[in-house]
Design a protein around this ligand. Structure first.
Ligand SMILES: NC(=O)c1ccc[n+]([C@@H]2O[C@H](COP(=O)([O-])OP(=O)(O)OC[C@H]3O[C@@H](n4cnc5c(N)ncnc54)[C@H](OP(=O)(O)O)[C@@H]3O)[C@@H](O)[C@H]2O)c1
Length: 336
């Protein structure tokens, strides 16, 4: 018998999530039935989107999130012991999964981890996982960047943003990033090759953008929403493209009374802008394309990744909250 632990959400979040919105439940897992596998969690991904999905589900519910798990026992011939999977079983140390039950939505999606070419399996939820997939498809398919164009990315030192900026450089663009500390700005400019980066907490975003992008902006990868995004979008060129990946600046706000941001319709019409949101599972059938390119770019050193690693099951909640205080550089993961 395996004793398992999991985080159960028992209260809907109000503002910044609290530890007592969760309960840690310890329980005994039953023996496996035919078609089932026992998965031991190795890496848990903490993600801003968990904040958004919280209100959509009735409590109590098990806190899902992408994770990397190793099959410890198996009663399914296609999923032998020792196989590593990407699942959404989330904040738990063990889980039993019925591999014959079809996924009914994208947060039940499960796939075998791609070839990591000797790199840490943790990348399966980062640069070679949903962060990489969001950066790759969300940027390339929606912004369609061309060499010589100017790209702006926000939350630029995070899991997704740091990859978007580098993919922009690989495609021959001029890349400008906004992030929330001087350390992050240094990392973006000195290590990742961003042409310019700014600490949005200490600069006048409108002014520095006019100076850094005197010919305007062609592509904007929006991770944050709010007024900063309105300022950036208002400085776009004709036929500019905006890929809306997330809006973390308002995730902890009251969703029926969101902060106001400047009206953009005048610019959108006048400059004929395209603004499109996405969920990365839109490209589910094409993940292997992204893994091939991302893997090669990483191997050749063109694409650098950084992980913000927290250790231990008991610290998953803290790792999650750190995202909202900008304490992570690169992809936030928890090692179990
Ligand atoms: N659409 C999709 O399929 C998809 C998939 C993955 C992620 N996402 C979205 O992509 C965005 C980035 O996700 P990620 O996983 O890569 O997280 P991340 O960027 O690694 O971490 C979140 C970062 O957001 C920044 N932040 C926090 N509060 C902020 C605020 N009020 N204003 C501006 N920035 C703030 C912080 O950096 P600073 O220090 O720079 O403030 C923090 O480090 C999120 O909006 C997420 O929801 C969407």
């Amino acid at each position: 018998m395996v004793r398992a632990r999991k985080y159960v959400v028992i209260k809907h979040f109000e503002g910044v999530p609290h530890r007592d919105d969760f309960k840690i439940v310890e329980y005994e897992l039953p023996s496996l039935e035919d078609g089932e596998i026992l998965v031991k969690t190795e890496w848990v991904s903490v993600d801003p989107y968990l904040r958004i999905y919280n209100k959509m589900l009735p409590v109590p519910f098990d806190q899902f999130s992408p994770q990397i798990g190793l099959i410890e026992e198996s009663k399914h011939s296609q999923y032998p012991v020792g196989t590593r999977l990407v699942t959404h079983k989330g904040w738990c140390d063990h889980s039993i999964i019925d591999m014959n039950a079809p996924a009914t939505n994208h947060i039940e999606a499960i796939y075998k981890i791609p070839d990591m070419n000797g790199m840490s399996p943790s990348l399966g939820v980062g640069a070679m996982g949903y962060s990489g997939l969001s950066a790759y498809f969300g940027f390339l398919e929606i912004c369609k960047p061309k060499a010589g164009e100017t790209v702006v990315v926000t939350a630029a030192a995070g899991g997704v943003g740091s990859l978007v900026g580098q993919i922009g450089k690989i495609k021959g663009c001029r890349v400008i990033g906004f992030a929330g500390s001087d350390d992050k700005v240094n990392w973006l400019e000195k290590d990742l090759g961003f042409d310019k980066a700014f600490n949005y907490k200490t600069v006048d975003v409108k002014k520095v953008l006019k100076e850094a992008a005197p010919n305007g902006i062609d592509c904007y990868f929006d991770n944050v929403g709010g007024e900063m995004s309105s300022i950036i979008i208002s400085q776009m060129n004709d036929f500019g493209r905006v890929s809306v990946c997330g809006s973390i600046s308002v995730y902890n706000e009251d969703h029926v009374n969101l902060p106001k941001a400047s009206v953009l319709q005048l610019d959108i019409v006048k400059k004929q802008l395209k603004i499109e949101g996405f969920l990365c599972n839109r490209w589910e059938k094409r993940y292997s394309e992204a893994f091939t390119d991302l893997g090669q770019w990483i191997k050749s050193g063109k694409l650098k990744y950084r992980e913000h690693v927290t250790e231990g099951f008991d610290n998953i909640f803290d790792a999650f909250i750190e995202l909202f205080h900008g304490q992570n550089i690169g992809k936030a993961v928890v090692k179990l």
